[in-house]
Design a protein around this ligand. Structure first.
Ligand code: UDP
Ligand code: MG
Length: 138
């Protein structure tokens, strides 16, 4: 069993896509072990995406991620990190496989509806960034 962090980003929340994302997780055996709505400050978004701080899109990305509420979730399942990334599709929605969340709903390389951890180490950091152990249901 593996855990990963999922975020429905501010574009997904404001466009009414929370249920659509949750449906796809449930249909694909990714168990929701924790879930809450948050609205990050700019500083909190900068801390979450610190790995990208040197990238040209960092300023715009952290402004976007702090622009409205997000839904953050801990997902659990076999090979959850890779399986959830497959459901999400490529970062650039134009390159995402048909039927993926990003291919179906993203409008922009930045406003791409969802986030997912990319490795066990990043999943551990990202889950710990938003949840304490009492908030994760076994
Ligand atoms: N992003 C962007 N421009 C880029 C690459 C990424 O605006 O050229 C944004 C996009 O929202 C992406 C996030 O930065 O989801 C984090 O980038 P990463 O490369 O980690 O992509 P992800 O893991 O989300 O697919
Ligand atoms: Mg990433």
């Amino acid at each position: 069993m593996q855990t990963t962090l999922s975020i429905v980003k501010p574009d997904g929340v404001s466009r009414g896509l929370i249920g659509e994302v949750v449906k796809r997780l449930e249909d694909n055996d990714l168990r929701i072990a924790a879930m809450k709505m948050i609205h990050m400050t700019r500083t909190q978004a900068e801390g979450f995406y610190a790995v990208h701080r040197e990238r040209p899109f960092f300023g715009s990305l952290t402004e976007f991620m702090s622009s409205g509420p997000c839904v953050v979730m801990v997902l659990e399942g076999e090979d959850a990190i890779a399986r959830y990334r497959t459901l999400m599709g490529a970062t650039n929605y134009k390159e995402a496989d048909p039927g993926t969340i990003r291919a179906d709903f993203a409008t922009d390389i930045e406003k791409n509806v969802v986030h997912g951890s990319d490795a066990p180490e990043t999943a551990a950091f990202e889950i710990g960034y938003f949840f304490n152990r009492f908030e994760i249901v076994g």
